[in-house]
Design a protein around this ligand. Sequence first.
Ligand SMILES: NC(=O)c1ccc[n+]([C@@H]2O[C@H](COP(=O)([O-])OP(=O)(O)OC[C@H]3O[C@@H](n4cnc5c(N)ncnc54)[C@H](OP(=O)(O)O)[C@@H]3O)[C@@H](O)[C@H]2O)c1
Length: 316
Amino acid sequence: MENKQVAISHFGGTEVLEMQTSEIPEPKDGEVLVKVAYAGVNPIDVKTRAGIGWAAEQNKDNLPWVPGYDISGQVVKAGSNAELFNIGANVAGFIGFPVQGGGYSQYLCVPETELSLVPDSVTLEAAAVLPLAGQTAAQALNKAQVQEGDRVLILAGAGGVGHIAVQIAVAAKAEVYTSCSEDNLDYLATLGAHAINYNFAPVSQRLEQVDVLIDLVGGDAALDALKCLSDDARVITVPTITAELICEKAKLLGFNASGILVDPNKEQLDTMLYMVSVGLLKTEIYHIYPLTEADKAHQQIETGHTRGKVLLDMKC
Ligand SMILES: NC(=O)c1ccc[n+]([C@@H]2O[C@H](COP(=O)([O-])OP(=O)(O)OC[C@H]3O[C@@H](n4cnc5c(N)ncnc54)[C@H](OP(=O)(O)O)[C@@H]3O)[C@@H](O)[C@H]2O)c1
């Protein structure tokens, strides 16, 4: 048996994603070996592959590098002192973040304390949607201290982070507004948000008195959205590349603004898996590509118009 992985040996376009094989690793003390079923694909994977951002800087002397931070799969072997999971248990995790990665692997050793048990009623596909994107959504809303009755604007509600953020904000009884293209208006309405087509007119011309802005787009869209905030509004800007600019401008306007770097949290993933299991949270999957088509998965993320998440099927 071999361990197929998708790796990059230099930064560049999607053509630099190459298959490599390695030995199946042995779990060390406190680790389990996971047979990965699905790996989530996130914008940070795409940016790092292209040589952009902090994770690329950290990994530039550490190539080849296997991307991927979201995994779901099955425990197939336990190292010494690893006792939390039975062999055969379905698990999911937000692993190796932000430097190590490794999720685009068929087999991976992970400290058992970083993994969540996937309930029987949750598919491994749905579980792979949640780690990075779901926790970013939850942590951004927590940081903004969203409360019942708040008017919350989420830019890019249809994306991987956005579709989870919309649902958590609705569940918190906030009044949720979100921006999207025409194609996603109905989808976001079904999640309980007031959807605004950003191609029709700038969001600032359609909305006012917003208490909380969750910015998942950055740049000009975020600068425009600052115009519809109420006094003392809270701003969380998630794309790291423009965070400094948006925070500076927001603070000049008197708002409480900050960026965020998602922090893997097993208990939070447990909670989200529970919410999916009881129907309180719905995961949206745009497409599942075989691991041999990781390039197509990255191209899809690069369109900037993925609804929900893109996954890699690591089983084939
Ligand atoms: N700081 C952190 O720790 C952290 C963590 C996770 C993600 N991020 C960053 O957060 C951003 C969002 O991540 P993601 O995974 O949600 O990305 P994603 O899934 O690729 O987002 C795609 C979505 O963006 C929407 N969109 C594109 N342009 C838009 C615009 N001008 N206005 C409104 N919606 C727009 C698209 O909807 P339409 O097709 O309807 O346009 C699409 O559904 C990325 O920049 C990512 O790198 C940062």
